[in-house]
Design a protein around this ligand. Structure first.
Ligand code: NAI
Length: 372
């Protein structure tokens, strides 16, 4: 069997417009044929469905870029260890996936497309299985972590400090899946908001989202002394090789978390690039981490923290939305840029930066699957 990315992509483009029905069909089929698997999933499947489809979309559209695909699948395979996924489960998932694509791409389906999907799935599953197996030799499937501090910084925002029982190796800018004891099997991603520390502690910036299971549990039902579970660190929005360029960070709300970790890691590296941090919130009160940022600024004169408020006309500092302010402030064409926050804010900021001549290769962002 040989990989045929073109056939997979063409048939998948027929499934994409019906994403919701297709993922519902996929899970329906998976659980009907393998009832015992249902217990591995959370009670509410909405976020799970969305995650599955996003991951599948990313895999299909990366089939022509084997290196980035292998890195993504390796990470996904390692992360799936925390669900208790075993090699044999991949056969059940593959059968349900093929049945789903066959049904939703019925207009074009033939033996060649079936073979293309089967070989693509087998290759992807093998990469995930191999990565999980080699990871099992060196890392836990998840890390229990004690809550050692819990600071309510605003009505619906808390900064939580955790101490994992075993060292949690990560790079500044990465995120982890978090599960609370209140909601077993429900995992949500949060960025680690500090560079790695000697004492192995990590901080999370949590804003409770209406209806958000984990964010509400962390904000309102978690105390010092509780234990949460962490999945393996993931994500590619990391500072990487030292480019010598100055740095722009654009942070919307709790999207500050990974950017603060990146700034801390640059400060700790001994490098001295100029760093501008545009830190946006709707109101001044929601600039929940400003005092700490000002503290870092006062000990690292190459950092400039620029708070921006969008929805409070009485605010006497810089006002406007982050994409507008970023654009009107100055040209960033020679900077390395990191952007994080609500998806529309990130997309619009990236669009304007590109129009202003910042090459996409210098703009770092991550697709974090949060609760919203
Ligand atoms: N907690 C975490 O660890 C992380 C959170 N995130 C994401 O960051 C986001 C933070 O959300 P909140 O704190 O509730 O932010 P928010 O809704 O309070 O907005 C924060 C900033 O983004 C701007 N903004 C919001 N919507 C915009 C739009 N459509 N166009 C232009 N600017 C816009 C606001 O004006 C404000 O400056 C969430 O989407 C979350 O998933 C991302 C990475 C890590």
């Amino acid at each position: 069997m040989s990989l045929n990315p073109r056939l997979v992509k063409e048939s998948f483009s027929l499934v994409e417009p019906a994403a919701e029905q297709a993922t519902a069909y996929f899970y329906g089929r998976l659980f009907a044929e393998n009832p015992s698997l249902r217990g591995m999933f959370p009670p509410a499947m909405d976020v799970q469905r969305d995650r599955l489809f996003k991951a599948l979309t990313r895999i299909v559209w990366s089939l022509d870029s084997p290196d980035s695909l292998a890195a993504f699948l390796g990470q996904l395979g390692r992360d799936h260890r925390k669900y208790g996924v075993l090699a044999e489960h991949y056969t059940a998932v593959g059968n349900a996936l093929l049945a789903t694509i066959r049904r939703f791409a019925a207009d074009v389906w033939d033996h060649e497309i079936e073979a293309a999907w089967a070989s693509a799935y087998t290759a992807a599953a093998n990469l995930m299985i191999e990565s999980a197996e080699s990871d099992a030799g060196v890392s836990p499937a998840w890390w229990p972590a004690d809550v050692i501090d819990h600071e309510r910084r605003y009505r619906d925002i808390a900064v939580i400090t955790l101490r994992p029982a075993q060292p949690l190796p990560y790079t500044a800018g990465q995120y982890v899946n978090v599960q609370t004891s209140r909601w077993p099997r429900v995992w949500r991603t949060f960025s680690i908001a500090n560079a790695p520390r000697r004492d192995n502690t990590i901080r999370l910036h949590v804003r409770s989202v209406p209806g958000g299971w984990v964010s509400n549990a962390l904000l309102s039902h978690t105390r010092i002394g509780d234990t949460v579970m962490l999945g393996p660190p993931m994500g590619t929005m990391t500072p990487g090789e030292h480019s010598g360029r100055d740095v722009l960070c654009v942070a919307g709300g709790t999207g500050l978390a990974p950017l603060k970790a990146i700034i801390e890691s640059i400060v700790a590296s001994g490098r001295r690039p100029n760093i501008h941090l545009l830190y946006g919130a709707r109101t001044a009160e929601e600039l929940y981490d400003l005092p700490d940022l000002i503290r870092i600024e006062s000990s690292f004169p190459w950092l400039r923290v620029l708070p921006v408020v969008s929805d409070q006309p009485s605010y006497d500092g810089m006002r406007g939305t982050l994409p507008e302010v970023t654009q009107r402030f100055r040209s960033w064409a020679e900077h390395d840029v990191y952007v994080c926050g609500p998806t529309p804010m990130v997309n619009e900021t990236v669009r304007r930066l590109q129009l202003d001549g910042v090459p996409l290769s210098r703009i770092h962002r991550d697709i974090v699957q949060g609760e919203r």
